[in-house]
Write a protein that binds this ligand. Structure first.
Ligand SMILES: [Fe+2]
Length: 206
């Protein structure tokens, strides 16, 4: 029994058009995300074998594979849920209050997140995270799936800016892809993630 499994998309491949084409969604979910799931499971299996044999020669490479592939699995799992054919608009609830308090308002948050996503060097992600150290949301830019992004933070809203996420439709125009992403953001999902994440900090339960 594999530890990690590919989740079903919560909508059809073409549900996010015109923001994201059906073919991108099909390849992205069925091939790319599946690859990260398989890679994370393979890394766990190798680590189990290393423990059984007490042979640790490649531990650095395998742990690196686990971090990369598991982070890819986590980011994509959140990404699918963060979008909806009924998405767009602005958030409500405590999330809206938090964005006002910590970013100066929704528009300023949106600009910050967009610029972060557009500015990722090479392959990576723009992320809105709940920082459990400070007990507040922050924006982060991850290279690959996990590099340059802080520990101790829960993803609330993530945007894949790897070329596999947009190139078939947008070619080299990452900026247009990022701008059109806002039309499919499922704010109810993001707000629920905020409500769950904000119940604890590194020092304990709120
Ligand atoms: Fe991706």
């Amino acid at each position: 029994m594999a530890t990690y499994e590919l989740p079903d998309l919560p909508y059809d491949y073409d549900a996010l058009e015109p923001s994201i084409d059906a073919r991108i969604m099909e390849l992205h979910h069925d091939k790319h995300h599946q690859g990260y799931v398989d890679g994370a499971n393979a890394a766990l299996d190798k680590l189990e074998t290393m423990r059984e044999n007490d042979e640790w020669g490649d531990v650095k490479g395998v742990e690196r594979n686990l971090a990369f592939n598991l982070s890819g699995h986590v980011n994509h799992s959140v990404f699918w849920e963060n979008m909806s054919p009924d998405g767009g608009g602005e958030p409500g609830g405590e999330l809206a209050d938090a964005l006002d308090e910590h970013f100066g308002g929704f528009d300023q948050f949106k600009s910050h997140f967009s610029e972060a996503a557009k500015g990722v060097e090479g392959s990576g992600w723009g992320l809105l995270l709940y920082d459990h150290a400070a007990g507040k949301p922050i924006v982060s830019m991850a290279e690959n799936h996990q590099n340059q992004s802080p520990q101790g933070a829960t993803p609330l809203l993530v945007l894949d800016v790897w070329e596999h996420a947009y190139y078939l439709q947008y070619e080299n125009n990452r900026g247009e892809y990022v701008d059109n992403f806002w039309d499919v953001v499922n704010w109810d999902d993001v707000a629920e993630r905020y409500d769950r994440a904000s119940t604890w900090t590194l020092s304990g339960t709120e």
